[in-house]
Write a protein that binds this ligand. Structure first.
Ligand SMILES: Cc1ncc(COP(=O)(O)O)c(C=O)c1O
Length: 396
């Protein structure tokens, strides 16, 4: 049977495709080093595991929950935003979703009509554009060069703006670049969005993963007007090493949130009950393990950044947050005699057994993305293999 045009036109997630490929080769017995997926290698902290076990044992995890999430978790989200950022919301302004990914998906379904435009700064997280298209919207990509730390400016937003622009996405710290917007930049962008009456979709999922004294400011904290125009997207996957539990959330305008709840009621019914009980503990329980994991990521970044930056033909500014490096490899591709970054990434996997992701899925054909959410031993060996691979191609 013929599949829909919508499905036909969909680009599968490059990160998931890359990690599936690496897993398949690993299953064949090959010694693959995987730097593809943005997934902490730590186990979910014990207090969170215990909360889940208790919810299973006492029976509360056995049943459907309200679509928007259990009241305890919606309250925990409200408390978390108040405590960490001084942001005050009502529980009716929150929805718990199946990962932040579904928060974004249902948000686009809730706000977009055919042809509505969403401004997406490039490089972008792989799913934004495809999700906008799935909702019938049009992604408008704005290329942000590394000379501007990959951050979008008001002048660029102004140039991209049309009558059909409905929203813009801001992801800080960014996947894939690791860059963080300053308060001044957020103020300028936020005021511009308010003036145009646009929705700011603030993907704050890496907000707790910032390093070397850098600071994250949620755009919603800049002013009351900006906050009213912002939907915050967040989740427990990255901060609490809970990718597999699939809990995310969105917070903001009550009418939009209610539309998202109605969509989820027809799409998923509710996020997995046991994961919601675990997430209550994640957001409200002790936070020492978050700091331990953050420090471990910081150490990895500080160790591997100089090694990657020193590879021949590579340009890389030091990332400030998240857990990715996004080096420019244009010159290196030239040195190695490659015209195409994806071909280079494929050959690296085949010949050096290192899996990473081509920049093409993030909107750039001259970058690669390396996830350092894995242990230092693997990272160091992978960089060594990459160095040898480059060397062998240069000599060839
Ligand atoms: C920028 C960004 N947003 C959202 C997500 C979705 O996270 P999850 O669905 O695991 O909560 C990810 C995951 O990679 C991400 O990198």
């Amino acid at each position: 049977m013929k599949i829909s045009q919508r499905a036909e036109q969909l680009e599968p997630s490059v990160t998931l495709v890359a990690s599936a490929k690496a897993k398949a080769l690993k299953a064949q017995g090959l010694d693959i080093l995987t730097l593809t997926v943005g997934e902490p290698d730590f186990a979910t902290p014990e207090n969170i595991q215990e909360a889940a076990i208790a919810a299973i044992k006492n029976g509360s995890a056995s049943y459907y929950t309200p679509t928007a999430g259990i009241p305890e978790l919606r309250q925990a989200i409200v408390n978390y935003l108040e405590k960490n950022y001084g942001l005050t919301y009502k529980t009716s302004q929150t929805i718990v979703t199946d990962g932040a990914k579904f928060a974004l998906y249902s948000l686009f379904q809730a706000i977009l009509d055919a042809g509505d435009e969403v401004i997406i700064p490039v490089p972008y997280w792989v799913s934004y554009g495809e999700q906008v298209k799935l909702a019938g919207g049009t992604p408008v990509f704005v290329k942000c060069h590394e000379s501007q730390q990959f951050k979008v400016t008001v002048a660029q937003l102004e140039a991209a703006y049309t009558e059909k622009t409905k929203a813009m996405i801001l992801n800080s710290p960014s996947n894939p670049t690791g860059m963080i917007y300053t308060k001044e930049e957020l103020t300028a962008i936020g005021n511009w969005a308010v003036e145009k009456d646009l929705l700011i979709i603030a993907d704050d999922i890496y907000g707790r993963l910032v390093y070397n004294g850098n600071e994250f400011t949620p755009i919603a904290t800049i002013s009351e007007e900006i906050r009213k125009h912002t939907i915050i997207i967040n989740g427990v996957s990255k901060t609490y090493a809970m990718t597999g539990w699939r809990i995310g959330y969105a917070v903001g305008d009550e009418t939009i949130i209610q539309a998202m709840i109605d969509i989820a009621s027809q799409a998923t019914s509710n996020p997995t009950a046991v994961s919601q009980y675990a997430a209550v503990e994640a957001l409200s329980g002790e936070q020492d393990t978050v700091e331990e994991m953050r420090v471990a990521f910081e150490e990895r970044l500080n160790k591997i950044y100089p090694l990657v930056a020193a590879l021949p033909g590579i340009y890389l500014e030091k990332p400030q947050g998240a857990f990715y490096l996004f080096p420019n490899v244009k010159e290196m591709l030239n040195l190695c005699g490659y015209e195409n970054v994806t071909k280079w990434v494929d050959d690296l996997l085949e010949e050096a057994q290192v899996a990473l992701v081509t920049g093409e899925g993030f909107g750039s054909d001259e970058h690669i993305r390396i996830s350092y959410a894995t242990n230092l031993g693997i990272l160091e060996e992978a960089i060594e293999r990459i160095a040898k691979f480059i060397d062998s191609k240069r000599k060839a």
